[in-house]
Design a binder for this molecule. Structure first.
Ligand SMILES: [Fe+2]
Ligand SMILES: [Fe+2]
Length: 176
């Protein structure tokens, strides 16, 4: 994964309260590994999760919602096990990344950060792939991350040739 640049407007908005909330996660070595996991071509899972978390935190704060849950849920919503783009195994559609990674991210988050997962954070992670995963989010904060995630993921449209991968039509050939 090449070194990535986070949008400058993101870096300017990192306030102290936000850093305090996310510190236990961004200093964890399992989470840091996501700097090398592809979210899409030029964005790591780490960078993508940070963008979703910070934007959700800022919006939640403005709307008087639970901004702590938004920051944590945003950061952990894609905390699944592996770099899925390197996984060459063919799977039935309902077992493919888009359908199973929210569940995996929740399992992994509960394992690595048990103290940070409450009912709201759990729902944020588990339901962020609505409508692909059929059950809708329950809390306002869960809806927020669901939308912000999709907004931040629109970067993939900058690489139209890569779109087939995201709908599971073909696996990219990559060297081990
Ligand atoms: Fe996701
Ligand atoms: Fe995401």
């Amino acid at each position: 994964m090449p070194k990535e640049k986070l949008p400058i407007n993101i870096l300017n908005k990192l306030d102290e309260e936000y850093i305090e909330i996310i510190k236990p996660i961004i200093t964890n070595k399992e989470f840091i590994k996501r700097k090398n996991y592809h979210h899409h071509e030029h964005r790591s899972v780490y960078g993508h999760s940070l963008m979703v978390s910070l934007n959700s935190y800022l919006i939640a704060k403005k709307l008087g919602l639970d901004y702590k849950a938004a920051a944590i849920g945003g950061l952990l919503h894609d905390f699944y096990y592996k770099d899925w783009q390197l996984d060459k195994e063919r799977k039935p559609l309902l077992e493919s990344h888009g359908f199973v990674h929210a569940k995996e991210a929740l399992e992994n988050s509960k394992k690595i950060f048990p103290d940070l997962i409450d009912k709201k954070v759990e729902n944020i992670i588990k339901r962020h792939m609505f409508p692909l995963n059929f059950i809708p989010p329950f809390y306002y904060e869960s809806w927020l991350i669901c939308f912000v995630d999709k907004y931040c993921s629109m970067e993939i449209f900058k690489e139209p040739k890569e779109l087939y991968k995201y709908v599971g039509l073909k696996k990219e050939e990559k060297d081990e």
